[in-house]
Write a protein that binds this ligand. Structure first.
Ligand code: SAH
Length: 267
């Protein structure tokens, strides 16, 4: 899998790709990442990549020419490396508040793909003609404005890398994560580690007894119920979606009825 990143700030990526558990995926080439700087494809002594917007107004706009030459080079390199399936051009993904909000199913689809060209905007954004001509997907990190697409690209790369086989130390580790279909898409349960008793601000705080019991079936049930509780409280929309695709057992529903107040019930 290969991602080609068009960015004016490739150096922002280095610390994230060379640290932490995901480093394995990037260093082994399991997730190959190549950088392309539109500035290297810009004209003139100053290698200008941005200009004032037609029609006036504040800020600068990334120019279409350096960007399209940069994309052309990235595509040629992908082709030379046979990075895409025969006869298929790589998707071109632009990070933008206009895009579909990134979520687990989308990350899982990218993790199962040959990769893509990722375009990071800066300034007020990029010339619309580039978007109209080349962009196949637009992806947003959420309903807020970043100053560049790099953090969004890193979020996608990070989330994809941890889904790669063998990247997380414990192979089953991401199976337990929030939103994973293996867990029926529920949110993760709370976690505890040593010490068994912690002297907190309100006095000694233990951990749920069952976790110390060594009784695997009871521990599993406790975690399932904790996940149900967290999801019902924090993200009732996620619980509804899990229910709609048949992800809740009779036992789950019974537990929810007993432990979650029905809508409109005063607490
Ligand atoms: N004028 C634009 C914001 C441009 S911010 C607007 O108001 O919508 C500069 C760049 O940051 C964008 O081109 C995009 O690549 C990136 N960016 C900003 N917010 C983002 C978000 N929520 N998700 C993904 N990328 C974002």
């Amino acid at each position: 899998m290969r991602f080609d990143i068009l960015t004016l700030f490739p150096e922002l990526f280095t610390p994230f790709l060379s640290n932490g558990i995901n480093r394995r995926a990037f260093e082994s080439g399991q997730v190959e990442v190549c950088f392309w700087n539109p500035r290297d494809f810009a004209d003139g002594q100053y290698r200008r990549v941005d200009d004032r917007p037609f029609g006036g107004g504040p800020g600068m706009v990334m120019m279409v020419e350096p960007l399209s030459r940069c994309l052309e080079a990235a595509r040629a390199a992908r082709q030379a490396a046979a990075a895409d399936p025969e006869g298929q051009a790589a998707p071109v993904l632009l990070f933008s508040p206009v895009g579909q909000r990134l979520d687990h199913p989308a990350v899982a689809r990218w993790a199962d793909s040959a990769g893509a060209v990722l375009v990071c905007g800066r300034y007020e954004g990029i010339d619309q003609r580039f978007i109209d001509s080349f962009v196949t997907h637009q992806v947003s990190l959420g309903d807020f404005v970043l100053s560049g697409g790099e953090i969004a690209a890193l979020a996608l790369l990070d989330a994809v890398a941890r889904l790669m086989p063998g990247v997380l130390g414990d192979a089953g580790s991401h199976q337990q994560d929030s939103f994973n279909p293996a867990l029926d898409g529920l949110l993760d349960c709370p976690h505890y580690t040593r010490p068994e008793v912690w002297q907190g601000p309100a006095g000694p705080q233990g951990v749920p007894e069952v976790l110390l019991s060594g009784h695997h079936a009871r521990i599993e049930r406790f975690r399932r119920e904790a996940s149900l509780s967290v999801t019902a409280n924090a993200r009732p929309d996620v619980l509804d979606a899990v229910r709609a695709h048949g992800g809740l057992t009779k036992q789950d529903e019974q537990w929810l009825r007993q432990h979650q107040p029905a809508p409109g019930t005063p607490s």
